[in-house]
Design a protein. Structure first.
Length: 109
């Protein structure tokens, strides 16, 4: 008797904001976390913040809801990570925003 394959969960583009220590090697450790778990980083932006010694990282990857929760938990295990937030819009939130190549604006509903 064969067991039917479960329907795989759909992966969506997830956006994570990380606040990390502004030290050499932190970017490598964060990127390695995604690499070890076989996630391709779709977009990555790193910049200093107004707080001395803290940088902000925006990381976009394709992941399911469950994978995203596990990624957040694993990012918190990294010593130099101060905070992690998944700022991905839900489908309902996403439908009220118009995206172009350079700007995102709210549309009336």
């Amino acid at each position: 008797m064969s067991v039917p394959n479960p329907v795989p969960a759909t992966q969506t583009l997830r956006t994570f904001v990380l606040y990390v220590a502004d030290k050499p090697g932190v970017l490598d450790r964060v990127a390695s976390l995604f690499r070890r778990r076989a996630f391709n980083i779709e977009a990555l932006t790193v910049a200093r913040t107004e707080r001395a010694g803290i940088s902000r990282m925006l990381v976009e990857v394709r992941a399911t809801n469950d994978e995203a929760r596990r990624l957040v938990a694993n990012m918190y295990k990294l010593y130099d990570v101060v905070s992690v937030t998944d700022i991905t819009l839900t489908e309902e939130e996403n439908s009220t925003w118009h995206k172009s190549s350079t700007t995102t604006t709210r549309t009336s509903s």
